[in-house]
Design a binder for this molecule. Structure first.
Ligand SMILES: *Cc1c(COP(=O)(O)O)cnc(C)c1O
Length: 406
């Protein structure tokens, strides 16, 4: 089974390039460059070199013996993407795209960021490659994520606050796209997830597929068989599609994406685009999308700033319709319970994003036999989240003894 898009970037009816005519030549040039280099041995040698020497790959596959024993069911393995440089999977993609930017002779990179994780990864790789870097970030996020703004600036990036609408990720993308069109000649737009117009979903999946490729080899080495379930959290969908790509052709492996149901199922209280949205176009592509009455992107919310985007990578929409992957939800509270449980059992503090995937594993493991295997992509580390969780505890917003996974 293949979910490669057609030449116009359609995964079934999803994806595509819904763009004003002046942007089409820019994205098509990028599609041509990507097609030229993706199988180029010298390009791939350089990509592998930085993944290894800069980010520390391959990341381990780790068996959670204590967590498994506590739950009393299926074995839980973690793919330790949290051990990448900068603490998450995002750097796999920023290294890949910046190497393309270099080959295109671009001097300047622009990017959007929500919580700041992609902005930090972009700023770091720009410092590494000696490129100018401008990061668009919603004014509200600039205020909430001051440490990440400082990190980006330390590494030489300029952070531009986006001041329209909700002043968050959607507006940051709007402004970054605008800036790109204004100076496409010199500028490379380094997109942070498997979303946006073709070729981005396919290209980001390609750079993140290292997660799935390594995981498949590692589990075969450790267990001499494939896992029964593979799970990942879904924001834009890049860590999930990178992981799924390693197993999508193995029909016996069940793929589960976990979306944030936040604080409830009403519009504005969650960001579960696949579970609760319907197909629609934003940011140049068609996919499941959370919409208001007028078909405009709905406001979104999650405890994890990295998961609150009202659409999702188009390949996930196709995998959902085909029934090849299943998409389920975990709430803020579920994620917090998993956040504490992994910290306590294994001495690993997960990112709140990744804790959504973990919550689903914790929910399912006790219902499965002990010979079953669940593989969870631990997309990032939780050091960035501990201050927020500590504040919730100290203000009495959450009670650690009462957190359970529903
Ligand atoms: C950004 C981020 C995500 C969400 O992005 P995807 O494109 O859905 O992977 C998940 N986990 C971590 C740690 C992140 O930083």
């Amino acid at each position: 089974m293949t979910t490669l898009p057609d030449s116009k970037g359609f995964f079934g009816e999803y994806g595509g390039q819904y763009l004003p005519p002046e942007i089409l030549p820019i994205v098509n040039e990028l599609a041509d460059v990507f097609a030229k280099y993706k199988d180029d041995p010298e390009f791939n040698r350089e990509f592998s070199y930085y993944l290894k020497q800069y980010s520390g790959r391959p990341t381990p596959l780790y068996l959670c013996e204590n967590l498994t024993a506590r739950l009393g069911g299926a074995k839980i393995y973690l793919k330790r993407e949290d051990l990448n440089h900068l603490g998450a999977h995002k750097v796999n993609n920023t290294i890949g795209q910046i190497l393309l930017a270099k080959r295109m002779g671009k001097k300047k990179v622009i990017a959007e960021t929500g919580a700041g994780q992609h902005g930090v990864a972009t700023a770091a790789t720009c410092a590494l490659m000696g490129m100018d870097c401008v990061v668009y970030m919603g004014a509200e996020d600039v205020r909430r994520q001051q440490l990440n703004v400082f990190r980006m600036e330390m590494m030489g990036a300029k952070v531009v606050p986006a001041t329209s609408g909700q002043c968050t990720l959607k507006e940051a993308v709007d402004e970054a796209l605008g800036a790109w069109v204004a100076d496409a000649e010199n500028t490379f737009y380094l997109l942070g997830s498997a979303v946006g117009p073709h070729p981005y979903p396919m290209m980001v999946r390609h750079f993140q597929s290292v997660i799935g490729t390594e995981s498949r080899e590692q589990i075969l080495e450790l267990e001499s068989r494939l896992p029964d379930y593979v799970m990942a959290c879904v924001g834009g969908g890049s860590n999930a599609i990178g992981m799924f790509s390693g197993f999508v052709d193995d029909a016996e492996v069940k793929l589960q994406g976990v979306e944030p149901s936040g604080r409830g199922l009403a519009v504005g209280d969650h960001a579960a685009s696949l579970s609760l949205g319907k197909p629609g176009v934003m940011h140049g592509f068609n996919s499941y999308m959370l919409q208001d009455d007028k078909g405009e992107p709905a406001p979104v919310y999650s405890i994890s700033a990295g998961l609150d985007y009202p659409s999702v990578g188009p390949e996930h929409s196709l995998l959902k319709d085909l029934g090849r992957a299943e998409y389920v939800m975990a709430s803020d509270k579920d994620a917090l319970a998993a956040f504490f449980m992994l910290s306590e059992c294994e001495g690993i503090i997960p990112a709140l994003e990744s804790a959504h995937a973990l919550a689903q594993a914790i929910r399912l493991a006790p219902k499965l036999d002990k010979d079953k295997i669940i593989l969870v992509n631990l997309s990032g580390r939780g050091d960035k989240d501990v201050a927020q969780v500590q504040e919730m505890l100290s203000k009495g917003v959450i009670d650690r003894t009462k957190l359970t996974i529903e």
